[in-house]
Design a protein around this ligand. Structure first.
Ligand code: MG
Length: 453
């Protein structure tokens, strides 16, 4: 059976692969999966195609007898919090996160507010491809309601999870860049409630993303960085299009890559809780592990993917988790990547420590990472990995996701791509020369192994 859901739901170009027929059939498949008896929370980001796709999806759900609660434009974590808070018992988010504006996507949310597990996605896919849809009689179709309280509920939920008094006293000057995305409806109001001095940019919702592309990379944020320097902001917060992620810029205008802010947050959470487990994918920097262990915490590595991290956190009762792309998960609030919580928690750290963000980052262990790739025909991928493990039989090897070989304060990770005939090769060491040497040596080794098969 072909797959419909990728690692981030279903994505495509609007009116090409992401069209109203697809949206309506996914609505029918979701409603049928739920037995035609559920209350489905539906929310969108700010993309120009949001109403078109939402209408088609809603029609599909209603035709099965399930009800729809339309929460309007919300960050993905606000939709997830609405489901968790009982606005409904299932959720669908229409968003393509950080992709270009011509894209859109559909993502399903389980009853507990987490992203739907793979087994349930497969059940929906099966219904979708077999077109075994429930179609109710004229007097049994679902009910439709609008509810505009999801963003409000989300903001209040976050405020309860941080030390508001400490933050208000610190009166931190924050530059906020909403990337013209869903955060426009939440983060300015959240920061205002926290007593920050907020200067916002790209804070009007516009699905063409006129300010900059919705992926918060250093290249896309040049203007924001210049503004941060010009106005002397103590902290700059940037969200991606659906605000499940947050990227930070320090008081000097330095862009912080997600692995740094993740390690800092993990350290501060473990320090405050005097220990605990942090969950993160295998590609995350040793910087996080060192910082967490130094304060009595432990790290559990998982396969790459936020839903996998979230589920492992639930299973192992973790205190924190996240990914190196700026996605952070705070279990005291909800088990999903949460850009609003990440922003509030970072402000709390600055308020409570009284330190500058650059000082906090400088106090973290330093590592350098290299990302490269090796071509490999799909047919050889599995056997080549086995041979790589054999080659390193005397070393500590982690096969959670691909093959990760541990060296002294360094590692190499070889992961087969799911979509291309390549391996992704990541290496990390204490400095760039060592990381490069490790990457080069292992690239050569894998190429020799592939040739020998
Ligand atoms: Mg996103």
């Amino acid at each position: 059976m072909p797959r419909l859901f990728g690692t981030n739901g279903i994505r495509g170009v609007v009116n090409e692969d992401m069209n109203i027929e697809l949206a309506s059939n996914i609505g029918k498949a979701v409603g049928t999966f739920l037995g035609g008896k559920a209350k489905v929370v539906v929310g969108t980001d700010t993309r120009t195609s949001n109403t078109m796709l939402k209408s088609a999806l809603t029609a599909g759900i209603l035709s099965t007898g399930a009800d729809v609660v339309d929460v309007g434009i919300c960050p993905s974590p606000a939709v997830q919090y609405a489901v968790k808070s009982g606005f409904g018992n299932f959720g669908v988010i229409i968003t393509a996160s950080h992709n270009p504006p011509e894209f859109n996507g559909i993502k399903c949310i389980d009853t507990d507010g987490t992203e739907l597990g793979r087994n349930k996605e497969e059940a929906i896919e099966k219904i979708y491809f077999e077109k075994n849809f429930i179609a109710r009689a004229w007097n049994e179709t679902g009910n439709f309601a609008e509810n505009n309280l999801a963003n409000h509920t989300y903001i209040n939920g976050i405020v309860k999870c941080v030390d508001v008094d400490a933050i208000r006293k610190a009166k931190i000057k924050v530059l906020l860049d909403c990337s013209n995305g869903a955060a426009c409806y939440t983060s300015p109001y959240l920061l205002e409630k926290l007593g920050c001095k907020v200067i916002s940019v790209n804070a009007h919702p516009q699905g063409t993303f006129p300010g900059h592309p919705s992926e918060p990379t250093p290249e896309n944020l040049k203007d924001t960085i210049n503004l941060a320097k010009a106005i002397d902001a103590r902290l700059t917060i940037v969200h991606d299009g659906d605000a499940d992620r947050t990227i930070f810029i320090d008081q000097k205008g330095n862009y912080l890559f997600g692995d740094k802010s993740l390690a800092l947050m993990a350290r501060e959470v473990v320090k405050a809780k005097k220990g605990g487990l942090v969950v993160t994918p295998v590609a995350t920097s040793l910087c996080l592990e060192d910082a967490v262990k130094a304060h009595g915490g432990k790290v559990l590595y998982t396969k790459v993917g936020a839903p996998i991290v979230a589920r492992a956190m639930i299973e192992h009762n973790a205190v924190f988790g996240g990914e190196e792309n700026g996605g952070m998960i705070f279990p005291e609030f909800q088990y999903c990547r949460d850009g609003g919580m990440a922003a509030a928690k970072m402000i709390e750290i600055l308020a409570k420590t009284g330190m500058a963000l650059s000082e906090l980052i400088d106090s973290l262990p330093k590592y350098a990472q290299i990302k490269t790739k090796v071509e490999c025909p799909d047919a050889k991928k599995e056997i080549a990995l086995k041979k790589l493990v054999e080659h390193y039989r005397d070393k500590k090897v982690d096969t959670t996701d691909g093959v990760k070989i541990m060296f002294e304060r360094a590692w190499v990770l070889v992961r087969p791509s799911g979509t291309e005939p390549i391996y992704r090769v990541y290496s990390e060491a204490e400095d760039m020369d060592k990381a490069k040497k490790l990457a080069d040596e292992n690239k050569k080794l894998i190429e020799e192994i592939i040739k020998s098969i």
